[in-house]
Design a protein around this ligand. Sequence first.
Ligand code: BYC
Length: 309
Amino acid sequence: MDKYQEAFDGIIERDERVEPRDWMPDEYRKHLIRQVSQHAHSEVIGMQPEGNWLLRAPSLRSKQVLLAKIQDEAGHGLYLYSVAETLGISRAEMLQQLHDGKAKYSSIFNYPALTWADIGAIGWLVDGAAIVNQVSLQRTSYGPYSRGMIRICKEESFHQRQGFEIMLHMANGTPEQREMAQDALNRFWWPSIMMFGPHDSDSPNTGNAMKWKIKRESNDELRQKFIDKTVPQAEFLGLTIPDPDLKWNEEKGSYDYGEIDWEEFWAVVKGNGPCNKERLDHHIKAHKDNAWVREAAEAYAAKTEGELV
Ligand code: BYC
């Protein structure tokens, strides 16, 4: 076996981290660029449904908290674009792939945030699902991705709390507020479950991801963890999860749950969800409108570089 491959296999075997200057197989590099760039796009596109509520937040406090959360998401996107850049792809190239529809972002952000309770459901369920996934990714084999996840997870816990707090207020509020909280749960439950991706048997990337320790747990294992953790929280809120087949399985020590609508999932992933077009159009417009910021930054960098020489 080639000595480079051997060194790489040794790093994975000993559970160390692969660093940007280490040799790595092309397939490992490509796999990571795909996953990390999609993760970065998800953080950035994910700002849109919440941003939609910034000017309508019901109090100054809730507006401040939401603003801080959305800014965190922008920061997460930046860490992740930087991680992908260490693998040899430029940010401009990643954004081009997003705008051309070649790069994906999480399906969940193609659903609309229709009411203030949806902001609660997003923090509680969407960030809650993201934490389960990202806690696992803290131990991913690529060093910069792993370290980025450790930092991101600290902030995600605050995001999940802010969402749960909104749900708690609404679930204990007026009958109308309670109804809004239940309605948000009804609409966001299944899309949140779908965030974990297809079942393991239908997941083409899981095999290599597990072999290379990019993923430490499979899509189904993480989905199950999320469900087991979230059901008692819904009970605490006095809300009903919209799944008649959800029930505790004593033998398994976890919940059984109903059939996921994979047709809906793939339609959303392929660009035909309720807001896919709106999300992408908005990103492309913002990117164009803000071209002057990039040009000014580049001109400033070129000028200061000239002065330093
Ligand atoms: N949506 O072989 P599979 C946040 C694709 S943002 C769309 O299982 P893999 C937040 C998948 O890419 C954080 N596409 O793939 C921000 C693949 O297609 P390609 C979001 C999906 O990579 C703002 C194909 O289906 N978290 O927290 O092994 C506000 C087959 O799937 C989805 C991340 O991005 C999906 N849900 O596993 C609030 C986590 N699922 O690429 C909150 C990082 C699957 O071959 N990503 N696909 O064309 C991952 O952990 C993994 O990539 C996934 C999928 C678990 C998502």
